[in-house]
Design a binder for this molecule. Structure first.
Ligand SMILES: NCc1[nH]cc(CCC(=O)O)c1CC(=O)O
Length: 311
């Protein structure tokens, strides 16, 4: 690669996405001092739309325009929250995830201005979230709490909490840390209480398949554990044909002996039915593990639950 190479990093234009892109830009230029990297902010339909994501065709709403900029040559590298990359369709033809950064915290956090924990919230407390995964689990574990739909980026949601649109919020720890708002966290919820979404906490670096220069440039940032975990989780999502409105949760982690653990759940929207599967497999074969856990959930009746949810 020529020493004066410019890398254009495409990203959503939310504060969290821009902070993520800046982290990649800083790491890339630290690893390659002669490299110039600039950020190309792209507003997506998911950022503009304030209604339910399902009306936009799901999570592709947060990635479509960034993918288009990559393929059109207006950007060389796209930074995505893997949690936001649709699991019911392949990555856009002609692109590849060349690196996954080391996984950040996968847990969800409660933000309550009065400092109460989830168990201390009185009946009728309005918890702001639009995520079916969070709504279903809250309905199961804390049926006395209400949920109110709140969309928008993390900063917008915090502002709406401050304006009284809800009494409390559920947001990802990793997202709050990235925007410098971890100080707002009242309680970090265990994965037992609130199982995370597929791909939580992982940033994926996507480039054009034929752009070997850029792929080689970011290869050194790839974290093998994160790659294996995301691969297992996304294989599960693919087999289940999960989409943004699917009440699916799950997380893989790497055991000290190198084996991969994958636990995943599928919920009825009211949280009254919870399917749960947990298996281990060799870290070198994450796709088989992902498929096996998905089949275990299908054998418990996951397809009926998922078919009941509109895309
Ligand atoms: N579209 C929302 C979104 N996408 C990724 C994250 C969290 C960061 C991550 O999981 O990488 C968030 C915010 C949230 O769920 O609170």
């Amino acid at each position: 690669m020529s020493a004066s190479r410019l890398i254009r990093i495409g990203t959503r234009s939310s504060p969290m996405a821009l902070a993520q892109a800046e982290r990649v830009r800083a790491e890339l230029t630290a690893l390659n001092p002669d490299l110039t990297a600039e950020i190309v902010p792209i507003t997506t339909s998911g950022d503009r739309w304030t209604g339910p994501l399902s009306a936009l065709g799901g999570k592709g709403a947060f990635t479509k325009e960034v993918d288009e900029a990559l393929l059109a040559g207006r950007a060389d590298l796209a930074v995505h929250c893997m949690k936001d990359v649709p699991g019911d369709r392949p990555v856009p033809a002609g692109t590849v995830f060349a690196a996954y950064l080391p996984r950040d915290d996968i847990r969800d956090a409660l933000i309550h201005p009065g400092g109460r924990t989830l168990d201390q919230l009185p009946a009728g407390t309005r918890v702001g979230t639009s995520a079916v995964r969070r709504i279903a689990q809250l309905a199961q574990s804390h049926p006395h709490l209400e949920t109110v739909p709140i969309r928008g980026n993390a900063n917008t949601r915090l502002a709406r909490l401050d304006d009284g649109a809800a009494d409390a919020l559920l947001l990802a720890v990793s997202g709050l840390e990235r925007i410098g708002q971890a100080g707002r966290i009242t309680e970090i919820l265990s994965v037992e209480t609130m199982c995370p979404p597929i791909g939580a906490g992982v940033l994926g670096l996507q480039c054009r398949e034929d752009d070997t220069d850029t792929a080689q440039l970011v290869a050194g940032m790839d974290d093998l554990d994160a790659r294996r975990q995301v691969t297992a989780e996304r294989m599960l999502l693919h087999v289940l044909q999960g989409h943004c409105n699917s009440p699916i949760a799950g997380h893989a982690h790497t055991e000290p002996d190198g084996r991969l653990s994958l636990r995943a759940k599928v919920f009825s929207p009211d949280g009254k039915t919870v399917l749960d599967a947990h298996e281990w497999g060799p870290g070198t074969d994450p796709t088989t593990l992902g498929a096996s856990v998905a089949v275990a959930l299908l054998r418990q009746g996951a397809q009926d639950l998922l078919n009941a949810i509109p895309h």
